[in-house]
Design a binder for this molecule. Structure first.
Ligand code: MG
Length: 467
């Protein structure tokens, strides 16, 4: 694969602002940083629910007489909770005047709310006491019918292991590598944000492993936005109202313009480049591209990056204003040894965790069976990639053929009804822009751009790519 030069400064794509709710917001120790509230209080639980936090985080200890209570530190007043009976602990008042709640009291209130529970089991230093604490916590959640709303977190390796034995969702709070967390049998990380800052490979690796990512304790606008943009699963925060506001303000879609242009018969790239430039597309899928040093010039005039893949007679390319995060070349099936056919797939990060694959493919014009297999191959590849896709395709085929039906069945069509070939007086439609899936890529408008720069007229579509 050959990366060719480019001309323009990276242009940020325009985005509109609508509602978004991607990472779940976890109110750390409840919503306590507000009047009349206190950490790990009933009031903080109700407040967190009232502002629309997705989950409430709270800390649970077991007293010397086996009562489960909420408190952050082991010390409460002059007592050490695991060494003290509940009768003594219950006399201690929180900052808002409530007594230290028992888990039973807390969950009875939570039952009538909508909020999820991020249940931290504290590190009890005697294993048999900790094992009993874990069992009693899990039993109480189950008895109160809250299992579907609860995930467990802990710093204690033993409690983490016990939670695994109980078969409940459990996340580890101390920074470990993805490999170590897998070996621990954990469901995922719940790490301090600094761990992710220092190990930038952790988030992509946990995502690859399918492990939900929780981060704590994120309370400034800058750090909160960073983890919204990283598209983690849970953000644990002391400022839940701020996090909810930032989420709402984070765009969940991007508007972009795509063009498909087959350059077959183009005598010079200059004329094609001028056509492209005039339309200001964000992405261009090209087919019928002869390899030439002039490709550099095409990119320069268009003001875009270009990624090219040679085919048998000619090549396919993707041009873009953004640099892709990944470029893949696909060799399409060719069981009858016809002229080789390739596709090129460029992956882009449009910002705010919105991604898109832009692909260009030119399929066999020699063999119907080969073309059918190629259509199957490229559609499966883009579908399995799991992110929205746009495909510019020279189908070399007529509508209602099997390969077209394959494409049609898996993709939505972005291209307009107009004919595109042969330019300048076309009588048929053989150039297509397709997308997948329908709910993630929406066509706003499309048109055929009159042009005599090649044998094909380009098609242009304004689309919205959604998170
Ligand atoms: Mg905690």
């Amino acid at each position: 694969m050959k990366k060719l030069i480019f001309a323009s400064i990276i242009a940020l794509l325009a985005g509109l602002c609508v509602q978004a709710a991607r990472p779940k917001i976890v109110a750390h120790r409840g919503y306590w940083n507000t009047e009349g509230s206190a950490q790990n209080s009933i009031r903080a639980l109700v407040k967190a629910d009232s502002i629309g936090a997705d989950l409430v985080e709270f800390d649970v200890w077991m007293t010397a007489d086996d009562v489960l209570v909420l408190h952050h530190d082991a010390e409460a007043g002059t007592f050490v909770i695991p060494d003290t009976t509940y009768a003594a602990i219950s006399q201690i008042k929180l900052a808002n005047g409530e007594h230290i709640p028992t888990l039973d009291e807390y969950l009875d209130v939570a039952k009538d709310l909508n909020i999820g529970l991020a249940f931290e089991i504290k590190w009890h230093w005697r294993k048999e006491r900790e094992d009993l604490c874990v069992k009693k916590c899990v039993d109480m959640i189950n008895e109160k019918g809250l299992a579907d709303r609860t995930l467990y977190i802990t710093f204690s390796p033993n409690a983490h292991e016990q939670l695994g034995l109980h078969g409940v969702p459990h996340y580890f709070l101390t920074g470990k590598s993805p490999k170590e967390l897998v070996e621990m049998g954990s469901d995922g990380p719940d790490f301090h944000y600094d761990v992710f800052y220092k190990n930038t490979d952790f988030i992509p690796e946990f995502k690859r492993l399918g492990m939900p990512i929780n981060v704590w304790t994120v309370s400034t606008p800058e750090i909160t936005q960073y983890f919204i943009d990283q598209d983690v699963d849970y953000i644990t925060t002391d400022t839940p109202e701020l996090a909810i506001k930032l989420l709402k303000e984070t765009p969940d879609h991007k508007d972009v313009r795509v063009m498909d242009f087959n350059l077959e018969g183009a005598e010079s790239f200059d004329a094609a480049a001028a056509v492209i430039r005039a339309e200001h597309p964000d992405f261009v899928t090209l087919q019928g591209v002869k390899q030439s040093p002039d490709l550099n010039r095409l990119a320069e005039i268009a003001g875009m990056y270009i990624y090219y893949e040679a085919n048998g007679k000619d090549g396919v390319a993707v041009m873009s204003r953004l640099t892709p995060t990944d470029v893949k070349s696909l060799t399409l099936p060719n069981q009858f040894r016809n002229t080789p056919c390739k596709a090129i797939v460029c992956t882009y990060d449009l910002g705010n965790a919105i991604k898109v694959n832009v692909a260009s493919a030119s399929m066999s014009d020699e063999n119907d069976v080969t073309r059918d297999h190629q259509a199957e191959f490229i559609t499966r590849y883009l579908r399995d990639a799991g992110i929205p896709a746009v495909l510019g395709a020279g189908l070399n085929d007529k509508p209602k053929s099997k390969s077209w039906e394959t494409m049609r069945g898996r993709f939505s069509e972005l291209s307009p009804d107009g004919v595109t070939f042969p330019a300048p007086v076309p009588d048929r439609k053989i150039d297509y822009l397709l997308s997948y899936p329908a709910e993630k890529v929406e066509k706003r408008c499309s048109y055929v751009r009159p042009s005599a720069a090649s044998f094909h007229m380009p098609v242009v579509a304004d689309i919205t790519v959604k998170y």
